[in-house]
Design a protein around this ligand. Sequence first.
Ligand code: IMP
Ligand code: MG
Length: 176
Amino acid sequence: MIHLDDKSFEIFISKEDIQNRIQELGKELNADFSEKEVVFIAILNGAFMFASDLVKHVRFSNEITFVKVSSYVGTNSTGRVDELIGLSTNLSGKHVIIIEDIVDTGITMDKVITLLEGEEPLSVKIASLLFKPDAFKGKHLPDYTGFEIPNKFVVGFGLDYNEKGRNLDAIYQLKK
Ligand code: IMP
Ligand code: MG
């Protein structure tokens, strides 16, 4: 059991199970992307730990970059404007694999993909450590999923509660 601010969390996915699953995902990627030029785009902050462990298993030619998704209210009539901050890599002629910690409603991933399409990559796939199918209402399902989980709040392995808990090497679920 761990405590972060006012909440308690109990172990949900052990570090061994996470590492075993990441190794399997790495093998799947190696089978699908051999001989290809890949750019990994990890979404900060949550994906930093999954990204660092996943890419260690990869045997094909790759580059790794990190972006943040931000929304701000623009001055034009459309209101909200979404931006990918930090994308300086040229994606044309490259296969993109987005690395995310969790796909929940899928809204973030829809935004990221819309923003990336303008960069004209050869293909775009999504690798997400966690996926909450019951919360999902997006357009883009993860292509590579570590674990499908119920619609409950989790922390650890990059995921936070009030920015805390990202360092944990296992995944914990909110205790009722
Ligand atoms: P989505 O746009 O609803 O798919 O959610 C995207 C973001 O919400 C993720 O990248 C996480 O930062 C955050 N999030 C969703 N579910 C959880 C959770 O259970 N724990 C911590 N963060 C979460
Ligand atoms: Mg996130």
